[in-house]
Design a protein around this ligand. Structure first.
Ligand code: SF4
Length: 338
C-alpha cells in the first residue's frame, strides 16, 4: 500500500470460523466484541469521510473472521452495503480476510459480483504438522489450491503467515516462506506468535506444553524470512500484530508482542549484513559503515545494541555509521583503519 492508501477495518470477529485456532482470540486481538452489521460498515465509511485527508485511496476491509464462510445472506448484506458506498465514490475498493478451505469457485464469483479487489488468506504455516497442532483445520495443500483459484480469478492475493506456532522451528518457518513465495502473492503479512489471554495456546503454555516464541526468537527468524520475500519482489506489508490498548493492557500475556517488531527485524537484518562485511577484520580496527539515507538508527539498533555487539565481536576500537544520500542504498564498508 502506498502512503496515500487507507484501510478502513470493519471487524467480524470469528464469524464463519468453524472453531477457534489455538492462538486466536479475535475479540482481544481486534478489540471488537461483536461482528459488524450493515450499520457498522456505514459508520466506518462516514468516519473515514470525516477524519481522513482527501485524495487517498480508501479500501474497506472485513477483518477478524473467515468472511467467505459466513452465511451467504450475511456476506451479501455486508458486501452490498460496501458496494453501494463504492458506487457513490465513498470508498475505492473492498478487501477481506478468510481461510484457505473457505475458498471455492462459488465464493469467488460472489466476491467478484460485489467488486472485491483483495483477498487475504490466512496460510499461517505450510507444515501440516504445525497446522494440525494449531488446530487450523486445513492443510498446506488447501493454501496452494485456494491461492491458485484466487489468482486465476484476478483478485489481489495477500498471504498471512505466522512464526513460532506449536511444533514449528526456524527451518519450518523459513520453508513456509519459500512455499508462499512460490505462490506469487501480491504481498504478505508476517505475524510471529503472541500468546493471547483466553486462548487454547495460553492454556498450553501455562501447562508447559508450548514454549513461548519470544521477541528475540521472532526477530531472529524474521530477519531470515523478510530478505527472502524482498528478493522475490513480494512486499511485506505488515510484521507483527498491530499494537492495541487491549493487547498492551495485558491481553498479550507472552510471546512476540512488541510495538516496533518490524523495526527490530530491519535492525537485525542490517546487523547480519554488517557481520558479513566485517568478517576477518583485525582486532583494534576503526571502521566506518555506510548505510542508506535514514537508516543510521536502524543500523545502530535499539539502545545502540548493534554497535555494542559489533564492537565486541570484532574487538573494534571505533565504529562509525554514515548515511548515503539514496534511501534504498545497500550497506557498505566505507573505511577500515588500524
Ligand atoms: S485464526 Fe482465522 S480462522 Fe482461526 S479462529 Fe482466528 S479468525 Fe478464525
Amino acid at each position: 500500500m502506498s502512503a496515500r492508501a487507507y484501510i478502513l477495518p470493519v471487524f467480524v470477529p470469528h464469524r464463519g470460523c468453524p472453531h477457534a485456532c489455538v492462538f486466536c482470540n479475535q475479540r482481544r486481538i481486534s478489540g471488537a466484541a461483536m461482528p459488524a452489521r450493515a450499520e457498522d460498515v456505514k459508520k466506518a465509511i462516514q468516519e473515514a469521510a470525516a477524519f481522513l485527508p482527501k485524495g487517498g485511496k480508501r479500501q474497506l476491509a472485513f477483518y477478524g473472521g473467515s468472511f467467505t464462510a459466513i452465511p451467504v445472506k450475511e456476506q451479501e448484506t455486508l458486501l452490498g452495503t460496501a458496494k453501494e458506498a463504492m458506487d457513490r465514490g465513498e470508498i475505492d475498493s473492498i478487501r477481506l480476510s478468510t481461510r484457505p478451505d473457505a475458498i471455492d469457485e462459488a465464493a469467488l464469483s460472489r466476491l467478484k459480483a460485489y467488486s472485491v479487489e483483495t483477498i487475504e488468506l490466512g496460510a499461517q504455516s505450510m507444515d501440516d504438522k504445525v497446522l494440525h497442532l494449531s488446530e487450523r483445520g486445513h492443510t498446506a495443500h488447501d493454501v496452494e489450491r485456494a491461492s491458485e483459484l484466487i489468482k486465476a480469478a484476478g483478485f489481489q492475493l495477500i498471504l498471512q503467515m505466522m512464526t513460532g506456532l506449536p511444533g514449528t522451528s526456524d527451518e519450518s518457518d523459513i520453508e513456509t516462506a519459500r512455499r508462499l513465495i512460490a505462490l506469487k502473492p501480491d504481498g504478505v503479512r508476517i505475524y510471529p506468535t503472541v500468546i493471547v489471554r483466553d486462548t487454547a495456546l495460553c492454556d498450553m503454555w501455562q501447562a508447559g506444553a508450548y514454549e513461548e516464541h519470544t521477541v528475540e526468537d521472532a526477530v531472529r527468524v524474521c530477519a531470515k524470512i523478510v530478505p527472502l520475500f524482498e528478493k522475490a519482489g513480494i512486499p511485506v506489508i505488515r510484521l507483527g500484530l498491530n499494537p492495541t490498548d487491549e493487547l498492551s493492557g495485558g491481553a498479550a500475556v507472552a510471546g512476540a508482542y512488541h510495538p516496533a517488531l518490524g523495526e527490530l527485524v530491519k535492525s537485525r537484518i542490517l546487523l547480519e549484513k554488517a557481520r558479513a562485511l566485517l568478517k576477518g577484520t583485525e582486532p583494534g580496527s576503526r571502521v566506518t559503515l555506510l548505510v542508506g539515507r535514514g537508516k543510521a538508527s536502524q543500523m545502530a539498533g535499539q539502545h545502540r545494541e548493534n554497535i555494542r555487539r559489533l564492537t565486541e565481536e570484532y574487538a573494534l576500537t571505533d565504529l562509525k555509521i554514515r548515511e548515503k544520500t539514496e534511501a534504498d542504498a545497500e550497506i557498505v564498508l566505507l573505511s577500515i583503519e588500524k
